[in-house]
Design a protein around this ligand. Sequence first.
Ligand SMILES: [Zn+2]
Length: 301
Amino acid sequence: MNLKDREEPIELKYFRFLKGRMFLSSDEKQQYANVQKGFEGEVKFDRWIEQNLSCDYLLVKGLLLEHRGELFQIDTLLIFSREIYLFNVKNHVGDYYSNEDKWHFMSGAEIKSPLLQLQRSDFLLQQLLRKLETNTTIKPSLVFIHPEFILYNAPPKLPVLFSGQLNRFKKTLNSKPSKIDRKHERLAERLVSLHLDHSPHTRWPDYDFQQLKKGVTCIKCATFMSDKERKWKCTGCGHEEDNETAILRNAKEYHFLFPDKKMITNVMSEWCEINGSKKKIRRVLSKHFRHLSQGRGSYYV
Ligand SMILES: [Zn+2]
């Protein structure tokens, strides 16, 4: 049973909404690609669990928890009656090697060890569970979900699941005698209630309204779309969207990027770069948002 859906990381949302509207530095592009790749790996592992496990378990996706002022992230928790699997999912591709505690690209450059992150999450989760008066055993593991990932020189005892091992792992899990009861559900619900929305360390590019390019962007490729009477057509990939969906989607992006600013018809018309009549904008806004008047102005919430 799934107790918490996976949310798209907030920085991924920022990058997605901003990429067509502003210049991103190569570091920012790299960060965007990394976050996106990581998220795709996590979703892939969710799907694997849901399609392959037939045993009795509770699934909790994407937790950000805190214990004694320390934040830690858990990609996936799989709760069985007698143990809890803690997975951190990695979507690395290519050849790497490990040497004692250090992990490297084949070129020799060191990468941040995913194992240290896992050990930290494991340690903090144990402490937290003790505080919640639960002493269920935690089994931590890194999951390398991409079939093209190789880690040379990996010690056999490394708590790692490579994609080629998942099928056997499935059999192990499915043969477990596990019976979930209310006690396990309460623990999972408690952990979900402790989940924090987003880490204060999350970073995304700085931006302001003036600097961002205006227009309606395509949901598929972020290129600007052109207005064809009742629909919009992407100038990049040719994707078409009806007027209402496209404007509403872009108004929601504006609201996400500028949560403190009011949605005024004129501003929204500039944001979507609607030339001529503002009727189009007004119709969509009044249908989907609440119209409020203040003095001589009016806006939507
Ligand atoms: Zn497109």
